[in-house]
Design a protein around this ligand. Structure first.
Ligand code: RIB
Length: 297
């Protein structure tokens, strides 16, 4: 079997300050929490960890601050076998922080970017060679939009496969949209990104395989060679959905890098995302390769 392809993840690295509560507060309301945990997160870091825990060869490109969170975040990434040698520690800057409330299995998140704002086109240009050593490039939306567009242009000219996860939702230029290989919105992001396109069926068909829509507990949907791919969900005993979308994207990159077809890759990604919701925390819940069902071993 051919060696697995390399994956470059370009994106955010955050410390998640996660409060658990019995329910989410309404606007203007205070509720008492159950506990507070500090857990590594950030959509870029989460997706890198998801792919690496499944066995992917992953390098993460991003920035942390020179604070104690920065050190802990790098340590966690190393423990998960993510290559952190290209990550920049920005002096006199704090690491990205996400304030998360988890209640009833669902979450709400506010992100303060901190060092993630230093993932600039100049930072990426300096690491061009290292980024282009990879075959698949995975991006999200927690770094500046001009950096996402720069990375897409650079990687597409070099013929790389590009997966763009539009979370949190912010549109890309028409040119960048043409250059990406796969775009992976959830239903809410899809409605904002492609207004007026009609039903999800019409959307995935119209974009001919470029758009993969994740639908949480209803699975995922895509289009391949003239056919709908409807990937059923993996039933889960949900504890915390934080990072489920990131697990899906990281696992998708891993599966494509290891030579799976799109249908297989989506099915594996759905399974991994389902498993990730059964444990608390974004990265802590992500499955190891050995935890996947037998058919994926
Ligand atoms: O997708 C979940 C992630 O979003 C969290 O880990 C948090 O850091 C925010 O980036």
């Amino acid at each position: 079997m051919a060696a697995a392809k390399r994956i470059a993840v370009i994106g955010s690295i955050n410390m998640d300050l996660t409060a658990r509560a019995d329910r989410h507060p309404r606007v203007g309301e205070t509720v008492m929490g159950l506990d507070l945990r500090y857990v590594p997160g950030g959509k870029g870091a989460n997706q890198a960890v998801a792919a690496a825990r499944l066995g992917g060869r992953v390098s993460l490109f991003g920035c942390v601050g020179d604070d104690s969170f920065g050190e802990r975040l790098l340590e966690g990434l190393r423990e998960n076998r993510v290559d952190v040698s290209h990550i920049r520690r920005v002096s006199q800057e704090s690491s990205g922080i996400a304030l998360i409330t988890v209640a009833g299995g669902d979450n709400s998140i506010v992100v303060i970017p901190g060092a993630n704002s230093h993932v600039t086109p100049a930072y990426l240009a300096e690491r061009r060679e290292a980024i282009l050593e990879s075959d698949i490039v995975l991006l999200q939306n927690e770094i500046p939009v001009e950096s996402v567009e720069f990375a897409v242009g650079m990687c597409s000219s070099a013929g790389k496969a590009i997966i763009w996860n539009p979370a949190p939702m912010r549109p890309l230029s028409g040119r960048a949209m043409e250059q990406i290989t796969y775009c992976t919105p959830n239903e809410h992001e899809a409605a904002l990104l492609f207004p007026g396109t009609g039903s999800l069926n019409e959307l995935v068909e119209k974009y001919g395989g470029k758009v993969i829509v994740t639908m949480g507990e209803r699975g995922a949907m895509a289009w391949e060679r003239g056919d709908f791919l409807r990937i059923p969900p993996r039933p889960a005993r949900v504890v915390d959905t934080t990072g489920a979308g990131d697990t899906f994207n990281g696992a998708l990159a891993y599966a494509l890098a290891s030579g799976r077809t799109l249908r297989e890759a989506l099915s594996l990604a759905n399974t991994a995302a389902g498993l990730s919701t059964e444990r608390y925390g974004a990265q802590a819940g992500m499955p190891l390769h050995s935890e996947l069902p037998e058919r994926w071993q």
